[in-house]
Design a protein around this ligand. Structure first.
Ligand SMILES: Nc1ncnc2c1ncn2[C@@H]1O[C@H](COP(=O)(O)OP(=O)(O)OP(=O)(O)O)[C@@H](O)[C@H]1O
Ligand SMILES: [Mg+2]
Length: 253
């Protein structure tokens, strides 16, 4: 039987203090993601995509509602427990890479392993395995300033994967890439999803990137608008995505 790896139940997120300027960015959002799914989150600018990803990734707190990851309710956890949980279970790929400039690529990739307390003797082998998978094994001794944007993105992806997280979360992971590097990252994510059953949730405004997903959840004004499943080819799914975006009244969702 399939089991949900992420369960979002009646989540609301209100920014701002009571009595001040408040804004409801998420309004009663519920959905779940099964283990091994590759899910896309789309919607117009300001619809709440990043907010949703931030509360799932434990970087921000919900105002009400619950989120379970791997059957553990993260909305009940304290800060220390959360940071342990995050470092064990989650991998992140962000648009701006977040590589630390004064560390080599190898050290950057190894960060989640250090946070997890992986024995030092095992770190190098794990870094090399993931670097080879992403074709960056020759860059390991370089610093972020010495490599290209696409190479940085692959390094950031390597860091997101090295500790074999339960879920990978990406906010516009292909946003800063040219189409060749974007395709290469998407193929890597798809491959991980296909072959290692890694669950992936990705926010994207780009219909081409979204067409790699198995399912897309569209949000509008902080609410679920609709979801679509890929049933046929990626090309057909791409057209379906464009149709929904047109309904939402935006080409650039
Ligand atoms: N820290 C904050 N304080 C107050 N309002 C916020 C804050 N962060 C986001 N918002 C508001 O919440 C809404 C949702 O923002 P969010 O960043 O989730 O949108 P998004 O769907 O990711 O948009 P984009 O596609 O432009 O990245 C927006 O109206 C935004 O202005
Ligand atoms: Mg955003």
């Amino acid at each position: 039987m399939e089991s949900p790896v992420v369960e979002v139940r009646n989540v609301q997120k209100v920014y701002g203090k009571k009595g001040g300027n408040q804004f409801k960015a998420l309004n009663d959002v519920s959905f779940s993601m099964q283990e091994g799914e590759f899910v896309g989150i789309m919607g117009p600018s300001g619809s709440g995509k990043t907010t949703l990803l931030n509360v799932i990734s434990t970087l921000d707190q919900v105002t009400s509602g619950n989120i379970k990851i791997d059957n553990v309710d993260i909305t009940d956890m304290g800060q220390d427990e959360l940071s342990d949980f995050r470092s064990q279970k989650l991998g992140f790929i962000f648009q701006d890479f977040n590589l630390l400039e004064n560390m080599t690529i190898a050290q950057n990739i190894a960060l989640p392993l250090y946070l997890q307390g992986t024995p030092t003797k095992d770190v190098d082998a794990k870094v090399m395995t993931v670097a080879k998978r992403l074709g960056i094994e020759d860059l390991l001794q370089k610093y972020p300033a010495e490599i290209s944007g696409g190479q940085k993105q692959r390094s950031a992806a390597a860091r997101a994967l090295v500790h074999e997280p339960t879920v990978i979360l990406g906010d516009e992971p292909t946003g800063a890439l040219d189409s060749k590097n974007a395709t290469s990252l998407l193929e890597t994510m798809k491959d991980l999803n296909d072959r290692q059953n890694v669950s992936i949730m990705m926010v994207t405004h780009d219909p081409y990137s979204a067409s790699y997903c198995q399912r897309i959840i569209f949000i509008q004004d902080g609410k679920l608008h609709k979801e679509i499943h890929r049933s046929a080819t990626r090309e057909l799914f791409y057209k379906e995505i464009l149709d929904v975006l047109a309904q939402l009244g935006t080409k650039d969702a």
